[in-house]
Design a protein around this ligand. Sequence first.
Ligand code: FA5
Length: 340
Amino acid sequence: MKEKIQELRSIVINELKNINDLSSLDKLRVRYLGKKGEFTKILRGMGALSKEERPVIGKLVNEVREELEKRIDVIKVKLENEVKNDKLKKEKIDITLPGDKISFGHRHPLIQVVEELENVFSKMGFQIVEGPEVETVYNNFDALNSPENHPSRDKSDTFYITEDILLRTHTSPVQIRTMKEKKPPFKIVSAGRTFRFDDVDDTHSPMFHQLEGLVVDKNITMANLKHTIDMFIKELFGEEMKTRFRPHYFPFTEPSAEVDVSCLSCKGEGCEECNGTGWSMELLGCGMVHPKVLKNCEIDPDEYSGFAFGLGVDRIAMVKYGINNIRLLFENDMRFLNQF
Ligand code: FA5
């Protein structure tokens, strides 16, 4: 039995010399040392041995197995290292190869328009401020002199979060925040998202963007308002652009107006784009700040006056780039966005 074990040991050691890969090594290990392997077979045959021989042979089998397992492990580590090194050699980086092209994105056309508007107003001496999209009902309606029964307050027109908190329906609450925080004189603009329960059509979206402007100082008149709007429209669309002020009603301004600009396609001649009117869609609302709004913000209307305006940024983008459907600005179709 001892000879058989020693012979088996020599066979395994010899076979190990010719092993070059991990899979053959594993097969060898299973063949000789596995559960059904040659050494197990020897152990099974031990029943036929005498009492004295059994522990001696058992010890020898275990010693030989341990030795062979160690030898196998050493070869395993060696082969594994070879595999790793081969892989590393193959994965060597060729730094002379041209790199992968990285495609850069760009700002959304609406953000581009906001930045352009802010630049124009900055040059005109306006300070840029920010306001929250989630507002109090007080700032959005009450402080802006909006009567209790004003239709825009209705739950079917406005996204309420609680009785007192809502998604702002316009950027005008930034007027209130500014007048409460600062002492006049000031000239500010503030752009951001606004939300209304409006049905989607070619020029309306339930989420859209506005840019609010507010100027409060001594002796501010409607002439200042008209001049400012005219200047900014010409700066944005070109010298030949005309503006049309139509009387309107806003609870927070008196007098109030809505403003259209001449059609960019026909420059006011009348064409298919503007249904022959020569004017593009309504772009903004404006007016002289209502004395009650000034009082609500503890500004004396006998000493100070002001004007305010609220532009539809999406509509400005539509006129500027000749976009005939507001949905395109929110669908995020790359074929559309890549044009800007
Ligand atoms: C207002 O929101 C007033 N807060 C504007 C204002 C500010 C007046 C300061 C006086 C003083 P109005 O609801 O008309 O006004 O909206 C202003 C502009 O936002 C519109 O002229 C239009 O360009 C744009 N607008 C309004 N609703 C939508 C909508 N659903 N989708 C896209 N643009 C819209």
